[in-house]
Ligand binder design. Structure first.
Ligand code: PEP
Ligand code: MN
Length: 379
């Protein structure tokens, strides 16, 4: 059960404490108070967990501070879209807003290899007016003999350069809890030159202890990637782990699933799930065309498959794109074959913006079609 408090109330309000006190008088019921940033407003919600079947909603509905009481039947308690809740979980981070209504492009290095490449990458992003980037420091690799990322060693120059070129948020995968401390320390040493969105990679979508750790901190937002060999529902439960720890600043990322049925692409592209995730959850949705397609090949129309699947994700409502670029893909230490070149950045950005504008027009068209459509016939 979720008790949504009135707008002016915060987690420390007396009315919230009263709801918690009464709820916890029921045997087997525990509570969690969450402050949810919706797209247009912040809401305080009290979650009643455990044996809530015998708790009457009417009791709480009469409280002066309570806006509404929602009984949850769906699986996704914290991230799900339940009737009457703020329509989406949006959040602000380092001056940028992320929600089901916004759009951001995170382009950059799959793996940071050196300072020079990092600098030209960030400079190119700044040249296109972008304030968000990807930069991998900790790389989970299939073979232990492959490049594992420079780890903490590269963080000082990554953050310094991000700050210098106006990058506000860097998406960066973490594979161990110690990485959170290393990132926080390096950010502090850089004078908080930029912000970091912690990325949970596909291989860690069921690393429940890591999910709990990124969920128990609220300093950094979290980008959770779909598990490559599990169902969508199982992957969304990864987000539920993060949210139930207390951190609802989450973005869910589709990145394809592993099956030979996706050949000749690296993975079977799953961007048709963008509207599904938007419907089931309140989370912004990201697509990763690079790790889905895995190679830079052109179709007969002159566009890369990476362009095409990016467009498929955006036209279906994706709120974020995570894409690999590299100044010299032949020399990249990780995933060079799927990296686009810096002189291809402008085309990529313009193509993505074109498709985003089309998506927004599709939404308008759908709204006007719904308002003029005859009401459904009953009986
Ligand atoms: C990545 O984005 O760097 C990455 C390793 O992706 P995935 O976890 O989706 O394979
Ligand atoms: Mn990669």
């Amino acid at each position: 059960m979720i008790i949504v408090m009135k707008l002016d109330l915060t987690a420390t309000s007396l009315e919230v404490a009263e709801v918690v006190r009464i709820a916890e008088r029921y045997p087997g019921v525990t509570t969690q108070v969450r402050q949810i940033q919706g797209t247009s407003r912040a809401v305080t919600e009290v979650y009643l967990l455990g044996s809530t079947a015998g708790v009457p909603s009417e009791l709480f509905e009469q409280f002066p501070g309570v806006e509404r009481v929602i009984r949850i039947r769906e699986r996704y308690r914290a991230i799900g879209k339940h009737d009457g809740q703020a329509s989406a979980i949006g959040f602000e981070y380092n001056g940028l807003t992320f929600s089901q209504d916004t759009f951001h492009l995170f382009a950059g290095l799959c793996a940071v290899d050196n300072r020079e490449h990092t600098e030209v990458m960030f400079k190119a992003l700044q040249g296109m007016g972008l304030k968000t980037a990807r930069a991998g420091a900790y790389k989970p690799r299939t073979s232990p003999y492959d490049f594992q990322g420079h780890g903490a060693e590269c963080l000082p120059y990554v953050f310094e350069l991000a700050g210098r070129y106006g990058i506000k948020v860097v998406a960066m995968e973490v594979t161990h809890e110690s990485h959170l401390d290393e990132i926080a320390q390096a950010l502090e040493a850089s004078g908080q030159a930029t912000g970091v969105m912690l990325q949970i990679g596909t291989r860690n979508a069921q690393n429940f202890e890591l999910l709990k750790i990124v969920g128990q901190q609220t300093e950094f937002p979290v980008l959770v990637k779909r598990g490559m060999g599990i169902t969508l529902e199982e992957s969304l439960h990864a987000c539920e782990y993060v949210a139930s720890g207390g951190n609802t600043r989450i973005i869910f990322c589709l990145r394809g699933v592993k099956t030979h049925l996706g050949d000749p692409h690296r993975n079977l592209v799953d961007f048709s799930h963008v509207p599904v995730v938007r419907r089931l959850t309140r989370l912004p949705v990201c697509v990763d065309p690079s790790h889905s397609v895995g190679k830079k090949v052109r179709s007969s129309d002159g566009l890369y498959d990476i362009h095409h699947v990016t467009a498929q994700g955006i036209v279906a409502g994706a709120n974020m794109v995570l894409v690999d670029f590299h100044p010299n893909p032949d020399r990249a230490l990780c995933d060079g074959p799927q990296a686009l070149m810096l002189n291809e950045l402008q085309h990529f950005v313009e193509d993505a913006n074109l498709v985003r504008a089309t998506y927004l027009k599709r939404v308008e068209l759908a709204a006007s079609a719904a308002s003029t459509a005859a009401p459904p016939r009953v009986g």
